[in-house]
Design a protein around this ligand. Sequence first.
Ligand SMILES: *[C@@H]1O[C@H](CO)[C@@H](O)[C@H](O)[C@H]1NC(C)=O
Ligand SMILES: *[C@@H]1O[C@H](CO)[C@@H](O)[C@H](O)[C@H]1NC(C)=O
Ligand SMILES: *[C@@H]1O[C@H](CO)[C@@H](O)[C@H](O)[C@H]1NC(C)=O
Ligand SMILES: *[C@@H]1O[C@H](CO)[C@@H](O)[C@H](O)[C@H]1NC(C)=O
Ligand SMILES: *[C@@H]1O[C@H](CO)[C@@H](O)[C@H](O)[C@H]1NC(C)=O
Ligand SMILES: *[C@@H]1O[C@H](CO)[C@@H](O)[C@H](O)[C@H]1NC(C)=O
Ligand SMILES: *[C@@H]1O[C@H](CO)[C@@H](O)[C@H](O)[C@H]1NC(C)=O
Ligand SMILES: *[C@@H]1O[C@H](CO)[C@@H](O)[C@H](O)[C@H]1NC(C)=O
Length: 779
Amino acid sequence: MVEYASRKVFPFLFLLLISISYTEQLKSSQTQTLLRIKILLNSPPFLTTWKNDTDFCNTEPTPSLTIVCYENNITQLHIIGENGTPRLPNNFSIDSFFTTLVNLPSLKVLHLVSLGLWGPLPSKFTRLSSLEIVNFTSNFLQGEIPSSISSLTQLQTLILDSNNFTGRLPEGVGSLSSLAVLSLKNNSFYGHLPHSFGSLKDLRVLLLSNNNFSGEVPDLSSLTNLQVLDLENNVLGPRFPVVSYKIESIVLKNNRFTFGIPEKVQSYYQLKLLDISSNKFVGPFPVSILSLPSIKFLDISQNKFTGMFFENLPCNEDIDFVNLTSNLLTGELPSCLVSSSRKRVVLYSKNCLENGDANQQPISFCKNQALAVGILPRSRKQKEASKVILALSICGGVIGGIVLVIATFLIIKNFLTKRAAQEQPQPQSVPNSYTSKLLKDARYITQAMKIGALGLPSYRTFSLEELEEATNNFDTSSFMGEGSHGQMYRGRLRDGSYVAIRCLKLKRNHSTQYFMPHIEMISKLRHHHLVSSLGHCFEYYLDDSSVSRVFLVFEYVPNGTLRNWTSDKRGRGNLTWAQRIAVATGVAKGIQFLHTGIVPGLFSNNLKITDVLVDQNLSAKISSYNLPLLAENMGKDHLQNFLGESKEFKAARGKKQERSDIYDFGVILLEVISGKVINSRNEVEVLKHQLQEGITGDDISRKSVVDPVVNNTCSGESLKTMMEICCRCLMKDASERPSVEDVLWNLQFAAQVQDAYSQSSEGSPISPLRSSRLRLTIK
Ligand SMILES: *[C@@H]1O[C@H](CO)[C@@H](O)[C@H](O)[C@H]1NC(C)=O
Ligand SMILES: *[C@@H]1O[C@H](CO)[C@@H](O)[C@H](O)[C@H]1NC(C)=O
Ligand SMILES: *[C@@H]1O[C@H](CO)[C@@H](O)[C@H](O)[C@H]1NC(C)=O
Ligand SMILES: *[C@@H]1O[C@H](CO)[C@@H](O)[C@H](O)[C@H]1NC(C)=O
Ligand SMILES: *[C@@H]1O[C@H](CO)[C@@H](O)[C@H](O)[C@H]1NC(C)=O
Ligand SMILES: *[C@@H]1O[C@H](CO)[C@@H](O)[C@H](O)[C@H]1NC(C)=O
Ligand SMILES: *[C@@H]1O[C@H](CO)[C@@H](O)[C@H](O)[C@H]1NC(C)=O
Ligand SMILES: *[C@@H]1O[C@H](CO)[C@@H](O)[C@H](O)[C@H]1NC(C)=O
């Protein structure tokens, strides 16, 4: 640091050296001031040479004492006591001390180090308005930095290390426009770093280690001269600080940094030292950091960095120290780190590296741990729980009416389900043959299902901090609703995208290991016609590291439910006939994916039109499906029932379950065709009957069933096909219902017929000949 400071001081010192050659005679008032200072400092031994006849301006500087004068005025005063000097006795008065000191108004450089000074720094200290360099290291100064410090506009270096300062930094620090070095190490400062830091354009060195600073580091990218940043031992985070590319040293050791290393770091070509150890970093470690042109020291130990190393990875020849200990790295240790004649320290134990020492974990450990983030103590969890209760009670007052509506809806729904259960072949709310072992196969998505880029970010783990940030700490304004499967929140990620977050409070304690098969399955639930999964986050109990909550992050689809688009006449608008077929096809494709796109499939999804969301491209997305994790969390009894079933029974049930989704699809299709809201099983029967009559009747009677909004624009044949498939889906006997492939085939046929119909200028019904040709081309 001396190096950095001295560069600025140099021209000034040069001037002083010239001036010293004149024999200065100090004004007597300044001599008196120095003698008074000696007494106030309790006359330490190294000041015994100070007498009333001393020629202060011409004494040889010693390590403990330097005085520099310029034109009869003292401009520099360095008094440096012995290391570990104790506090001055109780009769010391910091106020008298500075009252005396301000009698040296020309002071530009003031070092008062290890003198035992104690008490709060009086704001009159800032009357020394010429100060350029201040070093008060190793005293017992306490309290806050006076806000009047902002008046020291000449200040270039401010060092207050190893004192007992506390409080927040005054925002005025930002107006010290000449500041090049700010060092506040080893104090008890707390609170957020002031945003005004961003205006310290000349700052080159910022050392704030060993304090209690918390929160985000303000954007430092405008500090284009910043070379050294040391934030060690604070509670800062979670985002990696944004600094300019000239940075040479970054120390973030032992904080709360969480999000990955930004890509920008890979362009810090002057970066020599990077110590980000003992944080909560998650995500892949960018291996290109190993080959940064200036890098010499790299410590990423004690984080949760993942990523695969390769033997032939390049690294900087001059790198001296690499500590990768305690991460989740896999692959092979790069040979450029292993084999080197240079004296170099490379530490990498407690990873999952293949050619590493015996102190490595099995690969599965890293894989599983990589899915685990966000450890927090129980006390915090309780605080959050009370927050949620508070949030709910606040909500309660405001949305009481809404709750009533929902309650009514739920009662009707329950009634419907019970009725359906009596009449339908027993739909089950848990899937068949679900075991962890089988779930391992979930990763083998059938190739056919992979087609079609989703345009979604890849599935990943989220940190709790990230979700807290996205939802403003799970604020009421983000709360979307609560169901049997936990609360839903809407969140906004840092990249501006919205997500829906399902928060699942677990009824029973399990380890991360237990959830792995579930997570593996959930991570595969990504399809164009599903509200797809984006990631998850575990929250742990600190005492036994069991999982306390699981957060599942899904796409946020803001455009309303399918019902809003078909039967709600005051709603979003009404879909055309062709759009209705397209949406229905989407739902069927979603069902097909749930059944066959993952192994084992998800059946008995209890699909409802209100659970089908419509995105901005009017594409249907199923938002609620039968996740085993949710079903399991519903209760122990549930699970035992299902585990207790005989194999034969499970096998027999499979097909029926598959077809219960087809029935639900039929009900959705009924609303799509008729444009009528269906609230009861009875209404389903009535409408189904009308449809059946329409099928056997003529065009006119068919069009009387369809939503009047579309009945002028839909082709008769297309309508008939849709009505037929709808009725078949609603068959009482599950085995008579069509397969999902059959449904899809018919929907696609209806779409093509409709397409040809709207293209033909007269709008005349399509000829049977042409339609049979179409049938052939579809397959
Ligand atoms: C401030 O004082 C400390 C203690 O003597 C010293 O180590 C440090 O180099 C000084 N800083 C400057 C910039 O002179
Ligand atoms: C403070 O007390 C000490 C004795 O403990 C005494 O030697 C010293 O002179 C006193 N200083 C002042 C400034 O009164
Ligand atoms: C210095 O102090 C001594 C007594 O301590 C006194 O006799 C002498 O006159 C003083 N000299 C000046 C120049 O004040
Ligand atoms: C020296 O100090 C006096 C007041 O004590 C002031 O008037 C004068 O300008 C100062 N000279 C310099 C060069 O700072
Ligand atoms: C921190 O400051 C205290 C005094 O406030 C001192 O005793 C301690 O040695 C300092 N620690 C370091 C690491 O500088
Ligand atoms: C100052 O800090 C040191 C070390 O941090 C601590 O031991 C001491 O008690 C503190 N003193 C006061 C007066 O706060
Ligand atoms: C930081 O704050 C915590 C609690 O607020 C306290 O226990 C700890 O001693 C503080 N650390 C420092 C260095 O002031
Ligand atoms: C490397 O990192 C580990 C884990 O943080 C730490 O215990 C060890 O002391 C570090 N080694 C060195 C030489 O810094």
